[in-house]
Design a protein around this ligand. Structure first.
Ligand SMILES: [Ca+2]
Length: 233
């Protein structure tokens, strides 16, 4: 009798599990569960255990995660790993929908403050980041160019104040057509990267557009740097 019941239980459980996955694939969810502090050293270059990252929003095979819940040491190692990622490049030029006090060029808070390596060291207002003209006006965007066209696999957005406002990541192919790689809810808090991973693009890109909704998080929302990750072939 037990032999007959067990398979039924398993079948039932498997079906439930399957339907849950189907739902999560189409309905974005944000994980907010607390993560225990790591008790074992993490070597540089080692990808943190899945439990140490918050992942959220699945759409069309793209995933997003944030460094927000990493323990401090793991956080610092991850920052260093990203900063020196051999497949990563930092933006070299940027324009934006608007800038704080309409600043231009490379002035503080200009779009170009989101180019180059990260240079904001603590969470909060800092003119070494891009900031829009209005704090809570709604949709704004940052359009960034990179030196080398690559088949892209990931875009990392370093948010440095009022984090959690990115709503869309797009890239342009070499013919100038725009491709949406991710759209959803941004789980980023504090000074952290929103890391949007996706299947390798079928085209090369050297231009990324980051769209934010500044009304999501009250007060100013600032982006320190944006990294495009990809390979030559
Ligand atoms: Ca910056």
């Amino acid at each position: 009798m037990i032999c007959c019941v067990l398979p039924l239980v398993c079948l039932s459980a498997c079906k439930k599990s399957g339907s849950t996955q189907d739902t999560s694939a189409t309905k974005p969810t944000v994980s907010t569960s607390a993560v225990p502090i790591a008790t074992t050293p993490v070597a540089p270059g080692v990808v943190p255990a899945p439990a140490a990252t918050a992942s959220a929003v699945v759409q069309g095979g793209a995933t997003a995660e944030t460094t927000a819940v990493l323990a401090a040491a793991a956080w610092a190692l991850k920052q260093d790993e990203i900063k020196n990622d051999p497949n990563g490049q930092w933006a070299i030029q940027a324009t934006a929908s608007s800038t704080y006090e309409d600043v231009q060029g490379r002035a503080g808070y200009s779009a170009n403050q989101a180019t180059g390596v990260p240079d904001v060291e603590s969470y909060g207002d800092n003119e070494a980041s891009w900031t829009s003209k209005m704090p809570d006006g709604g949709i704004e965007w940052l359009d960034l160019k990179f030196a080398k066209p690559v088949f892209a696999t990931e875009v990392r957005v370093r948010e440095s104040s009022g984090s959690g406002v990115v709503v869309k990541i797009e890239v342009y192919d070499e013919q100038g057509a725009v491709h949406t790689l991710w759209q959803g809810a941004d789980p980023t808090t504090e000074l952290n990267y929103l890391m949007v991973k996706f299947p390798k693009t079928a085209f090369k890109t050297s231009r990324v557009k980051v769209t934010v909704a500044t009304n999501i998080v009250p007060d100013w929302n600032e982006i320190d740097a944006v990294q495009l990750v990809g390979i030559d072939q």
